[in-house]
Design a binder for this molecule. Structure first.
Ligand SMILES: [Mg+2]
Length: 390
């Protein structure tokens, strides 16, 4: 059994104006995704997903990664990962036991590696006819979910977040900067939105996300003002480039700190943990290194008393891979369920995700457990241009 073909397919889905949301990142005008297909010599195909600029990811997969994994056995997932991460130095890396990375240690290369790694895992689990989370060694059979959205301005946050709990979610997340966002960040406006959201969700878990948009002192002052609202985590208060600054924010507050969606590999997470910078780690499976690397990150986090809540904002393939990782990993405690307008999350597969009473349930089918609709390439034809416009 060997891998005979690896292909990356860039996709897009534009967002109608009335469904666009605005935050500190700007206005989201479209979603991009890259699906990666890995095929074995018996014709079985696995699918993965990569974040990152689609055409660039396609080129890295085609030119750089495909030749390294073609010819390998799809069950040799760790070997395939190491080959992609180390390039020409994979023989000494595997023989001597210390990693010798090539130049692509972060960024687009890791996003491309993530997509291939997920696809190889889907393929391997399909070949033994097991759902992926069982192929990995299941820890649980469903996972608590949180509804991730919360952009509404002012008092409207009450109804927006309340609608999530009305649908059965017992945990919800809102953006620190919402639809009213302007040039200047306004702590009072955020406090009013969070207060309204708390009214709307009752005693559900309420998290907030700043996308790394604040400076350290502003983040500390905001955390102080939010103390009365029983916040379950404050996500990315400051730039992901500032691990010491994040540690300073964490030390100033009893609100748990979450971060990690823009980190790459266990080496970035090691820095976060060495700085005692977070209570919850949020690696993205389509960015930080796929299933192989997220399991290593989760093991490191577990030894530091840090829980894991995978960032899962993207295509249906990204979400399905996150679900299986969450089910197979003891210290994952909650899974993100995006509430934005995302057709590539909800309309990519022939099947729907089973989300009931605030929990996500996996399909019983092998691998990721979903089949991609036949017309996906036409329906989500790639369009150049940015996803966000300020
Ligand atoms: Mg976030």
């Amino acid at each position: 059994m060997q891998i005979v073909d690896v292909e990356a397919v860039p996709l897009s889905s534009s967002i109608p104006e009335e469904k666009q949301h605005r935050t500190d990142l700007g206005t989201k005008v479209k979603s991009d995704a890259v699906l990666v297909f890995v095929t074995a010599d018996d014709g079985t195909t696995g699918v993965g997903a990569s974040l990152g600029q689609p055409r660039s990811i396609e080129a890295i997969v085609d030119e750089s990664l495909a030749p390294l994994v073609e010819g390998e056995n799809p069950h040799d997932t760790t070997r395939c990962w190491e080959k992609m991460y180390t390039g020409s130095r994979w023989p000494p890396s595997i023989e001597r036991g210390y990693t010798q990375p090539r130049e692509g240690r972060r960024g687009l290369t890791l996003e491309a590696i993530s997509g291939v790694d997920i696809a190889i895992h889907d393929l391997a689990a399909k070949l033994v006819e097991l759902p992926l989370y069982r192929y990995l060694g299941a820890a649980r059979h469903s996972i608590r979910a949180y509804a991730s959205g919360g952009w509404a301005a002012g008092e409207a946050a009450k109804d927006e977040l309340g609608e999530y709990t009305d649908r059965g979610f017992e945990a919800v997340k809102m953006r620190v900067v919402g639809e009213e966002s302007s040039e200047r960040f306004d702590i009072q406006a955020t406090v009013e939105r969070v207060s309204a959201a708390r009214d709307g969700v009752g005693d559900a878990d309420l998290m907030i996300d700043a996308h790394g948009s604040l400076d350290v002192s502003t983040a500390i002052r905001l955390a102080e003002r939010l103390q009365p609202f029983d916040i379950s985590w404050f996500e990315e208060p400051v730039s992901p480039d500032d691990h010491p600054g994040l540690a300073t924010v964490r030390e100033s507050t009893t609100i748990p700190i979450a971060t990690g969606e823009r980190e790459f590999t266990r080496f970035d997470f090691r820095s976060l943990f060495d700085h005692d910078a977070c209570d919850v780690a949020q690696p993205d499976i389509a960015r930080a290194g796929g299933i192989t690397e997220l399991r290593r990150i989760a093991a490191m986090a577990s030894a530091r008393g840090v829980r894991v809540a995978p960032h899962a904002w993207g295509s249906g393939v990204l979400f399905a891979a996150s679900l299986h990782f969450a089910l197979a990993t003891q210290n994952v405690h909650v899974l993100e369920v995006p509430q934005g307008h995302m057709p590539m999350l909800t309309e990519l597969f022939d099947q729907e995700f089973e989300i009931e009473d605030g929990r996500v349930h996996p399909p019983a089918r092998p691998g990721l457990g979903f089949t991609i609709r036949d017309d996906f390439a036409d329906r989500f034809e790639y369009e150049p241009g940015p996803e966000y416009v300020f």
